[in-house]
Design a protein around this ligand. Structure first.
Ligand code: BGC
Length: 390
């Protein structure tokens, strides 16, 4: 009834075998070029298969991006990253993101596992903003506030997928047209998100959008990482975040407006890498805060690095965005996930690269407005590796 389609593209001749995972040492924050490495060395492939059907009868496909080290699965429902399989220091592979084994649980309420979030990721206070003398009312789904695009955000729609070849690099491109008035937002917004695996063991995510009316926009990815494979909490993961400041919030997690210094507080992941669990008890509820990334210049910068001591797995995050929500899975409550694992509190952490929460109502924050004639661009890279063993 639903013939599975297998698309095997790419597999270009491998001129040089890279042969090993990307390796970095503890405090190293390597400079990464803003374009991916030499594509001639790519030996990745993209395939797809039928994954299931939504309640309204839409077919959902699951795409698999593979190279010799990493395998990543992304589905057309919500443009959700469902799986990232990466090796540890001994070459043992494990799935390092939280999620489900089948489509059905993704169709139910879940905490945005792996999702592409939009039209506006994070919160907009009271689900309202003013623009050119008009007040807009958005869907509210988080107490009085609007969160992650509302009741039916970009994480709950089926995207159109196609494979494209961009100068020799095969990419999975997901497209979605968000119509004028959807969840209360102004303007028809045409969105494209491109996913690809580059030769440095990294998942690149490039976001593009255009609109026919001025609208706020803030697209991000909501993967929950667990570098030890998801069967335990993430409190031993050591984190570096290149941010001297963060945006303090009220009890509804809406920024108060000012920027606070991290130095001397439990929010300081800059001075040196710190285990997530070291000071988490001093932060009521756990970390769920927007970091103001240092040296923001809209170019691709390395902004965070995480390592897990037992497995040696590492994650580096690069982005063009000014902020990053560091969220430590505070609201996970034993959700039954992959392989029957119950995802308890702090079983995953998110690094949601973004514009600051509530930017439409905070004129001093970097602008989140997209107007007709402009193109929204955002690039974020999640680079997987292992720590050098001394
Ligand atoms: C938010 C959290 C929220 C989580 C899941 C994060 O981006 O900051 O407060 O619970 O997403 O919705």
């Amino acid at each position: 009834m639903f013939p599975s389609k297998i698309l095997v593209l790419c597999c270009l001749a491998t001129l040089f075998q890279l042969g090993c995972q990307n390796k970095t040492t503890d405090n190293e924050m390597s400079d990464v070029p803003s374009t991916p490495p030499d594509q001639d060395q790519t030996a990745s492939s993209i395939t797809s298969a039928f994954f299931g059907t939504t309640a309204s009868g839409d077919s959902v496909d699951l795409y698999t991006l593979t190279d010799d080290q990493v395998t990543i699965k992304i589905m057309t429902y919500g443009a959700i990253v469902t799986s990232i399989i990466a090796p540890d220091k001994d070459g043992n592979k494990a799935d390092i993101v939280l999620g489900f084994d089948s489509l059905d649980p993704y169709l139910q309420q879940h905490p945005y596992f792996g999702a592409t979030v939009g039209r506006y990721g994070n919160r907009i206070a009271n689900g309202t903003f003013s623009l050119d003398g008009s007040t807009y009312t958005l869907a509210t789904n988080n107490g009085p506030n609007h969160l992650h695009g509302g009741l039916k955000g970009f994480d709950k729609v089926v995207w159109q997928a196609e494979l494209i070849n961009d100068q020799g690099q095969e990419k999975l491109q997901m497209s979605y047209l968000s119509i004028d008035g959807e969840e209360g937002y102004p303007g028809n917004l045409s969105v494209k998100v491109q996913f690809y695996l580059a030769t440095d063991g990294a998942l690149y995510i490039d976001y593009f959008a255009t609109t026919d009316k001025t609208t706020p926009i803030n697209l991000t990815n909501h993967s929950y990482f667990n570098l030890n494979g998801g069967s335990d909490d993430i409190l031993d993961h050591e984190v570096y975040i290149k941010a001297s400041r963060y945006t303090p919030v009220d009890e509804g997690l809406i920024p108060l407006g000012q920027l606070a210094e991290v130095a001397g507080t439990p929010f300081d992941f800059l001075a040196q890498p710190m285990p997530i669990g070291a000071r988490i008890k001093e932060v009521p509820g756990g970390y769920d805060h927007n970091y103001v990334l240092n040296d923001w210049d809209s170019k691709l910068n390395t902004v965070a690095r995480v390592s897990e001591p037992t497995t040696g797995r590492t994650l580096e995050v690069l982005t063009t965005e000014p902020g990053m929500q560091f969220y430590t899975g505070n609201f996970l409550t034993g959700i039954p996930g992959k392989g029957g694992t119950a995802y308890e509190q702090h079983y995953g952490f998110c690094m949601e690269t973004q514009h600051f929460p509530d930017s439409p109502n905070q004129p001093d924050f970097p602008s989140c407005w997209l107007s007709p004639g402009e193109e929204y661009r955002q690039t974020t890279v999640y680079r997987f590796g292992v720590k050098d063993q001394e």
